[in-house]
Design a protein around this ligand. Structure first.
Ligand code: SAJ
Length: 412
């Protein structure tokens, strides 16, 4: 039977749930991560990230002997690479994690194995991965040289799950599978059908890469539209939340929600991969990035204008995560906003983030992490940055004497 052993390289927000999904289907899974802390935590049956239901799945997988984590790659029948693809200076994609992961698994490869790149990647990355592997293993053949007959099969299958709903979406979402050859795609489809209930649709690797980038750029452009509307409505003294509710009554209109900016490691990053590869053509995609990256500065200016009304203002900043009900602080506009307000000494700042117990490095020593009740009690200005469920229950009467900057429309 093919795929007796599956290895997942990178045990983060995507890799760990994927490892757990294979293990739940009684596949032997070897999880590989460079972090000793992540490896130790997982081998205890615990998790190092916050994602609903993941703890139960990982605990079951480890205690039943289906999942084991290690820092060193071992032989397997299928290797899935799920490492970060950030951008470096100049908004250029940084493929160094993919390269390091590829080189690390190369010694463990044997004839007949498949390697799938799951990380969101610029067009051409899967071909590069194949070339790195080929360079490390001249004794094996790879698709770009020997086509259908290669020893190792290579494919790209971008993850599409929404943080906070990963376990459900991992199983239910359709998957786009880009094989370096038709046979590579077919084999990858067999692999994913072990746990995916959605359709697994075959294409080539470059189209699969572009498909994932296009999905996230689509969302970025639509959020930019909502953010731009929010600023236009401020100028025209119109409640943007009511406006969007009304416009969305049209059967073919579905405007997204404005916010303090776009965060996370996907939507704020991936459109740049398209811009980088086609700078002349990608005008709209670049403009949307500009609008969304500009929104935190707009919120900072709004807050500063209110703070100037007080002698010694206290601002309660509600939320640091990049979106509601998660602990993920990566690329969070809320952190940039709090950081700049603190650096400019606009006010004394207290912060509430129910999903973390310590402040991120960027804010340590500059602001105080406190409870919701005491933050609101102390505040002259309440700056709502994330629509966490805990904030929805705030007693509106306690806000009556405060000035509000509600970037998420929670109190609208
Ligand atoms: N946001 C808004 N207004 C909205 C929706 C989102 O301001 O109406 C903000 C959020 O607050 C957050 C950012 O956008 O700061 C991104 O959040 P998100 O929920 O739109 O997306 P992510 O980054 O959590 O996940 C996205 C998803 N992509 C799409 O929906 C097209 C997910 O399916 C992808 O798998 C994921 O990127 C990824 O890993 O690429």
């Amino acid at each position: 039977m093919p795929f007796d052993v599956v290895s997942i390289i990178g045990l983060g927000y995507i890799g760990l749930p994927t490892a757990a999904a294979f293990a739940a289907r009684r596949k032997k899974v070897i999880g590989v991560d460079v972090s000793q802390r992540a490896v130790d935590t997982i081998n205890k049956g615990e998790i190092h990230i916050v994602e609903p239901e993941l703890d139960m799945l990982v605990h079951a997988a480890v205690t039943q002997g289906y999942l084991r984590a290690t820092q060193t790659p071992e032989p397997a029948d299928a290797f899935l690479i799920a490492v970060p693809t950030p951008f470096c200076d100049g908004n250029k994609p940084d493929l160094s994690y993919i390269e390091a992961a590829s080189r690390s698994i190369a010694p463990a490869l044997k004839k007949g194995d498949i390697v799938v790149l799951e990380s969101t990647s610029p067009v051409g990355a899967t071909e590069k991965m194949s070339a790195w592997l080929a360079e490390c293993r001249p004794d094996l053949t790879f698709p770009q040289h020997s086509g259908e007959q290669s020893d190792i099969r290579i494919a790209h299958c971008p993850e599409r799950v929404l943080p906070g709903h990963v376990i459900r979406e991992l199983v239910q979402n359709d998957r786009v599978i880009g094989g370096m050859t038709r046979r590579c795609g077919e084999l990858a489809r067999e692999l994913y059908q072990i746990f995916v209930q959605g359709d697994c649709i075959l294409t080539d690797a470059r189209t699969a890469e572009m498909c994932k980038l296009s999905e996230n750029a689509f969302r970025d452009i639509n959020i930019a539209y909502a953010n731009e509307l929010s600023m236009i409505c401020d100028r025209l003294d119109i409640n943007v939340w009511e406006l969007i509710r009304l416009a969305n009554r049209h059967p073919r209109v579905s405007i997204l929600q404005p916010g303090p900016g776009v965060g996370g490691h996907c939507i704020a990053v991936d459109p740049w991969f398209i811009v980088d590869s086609a700078p002349e053509e990608a005008k709209l995609i670049r403009a949307a990035r500009g609008v969304n990256d500009g929104k935190p500065h707009y919120v900072i200016d709004q807050t500063k204008r209110l703070a100037a009304r007080f002698k010694a203002p206290v601002i309660a900043c509600l939320g640091l995560a990049f979106k509601a009900n998660i602990d993920d602080l990566r690329e969070s506009p809320a952190i940039d906003i709090v950081n700049q307000l603190a650096d400019e000494k606009v006010a004394d700042i207290v912060v509430v983030e129910p999903n973390v117990s310590v402040l991120p490095d960027a804010l340590r020593g500059k602001v105080e992490l406190t409870s919701l009740a005491s933050a609101i009690e102390a505040a002259d200005i309440v700056l709502l940055l994330v629509d966490h469920r805990e904030f929805k229950d705030i007693n509106r009467r306690r806000l009556q004497s405060k000035l509000l900057v509600d970037t998420r429309g929670l109190f609208a």
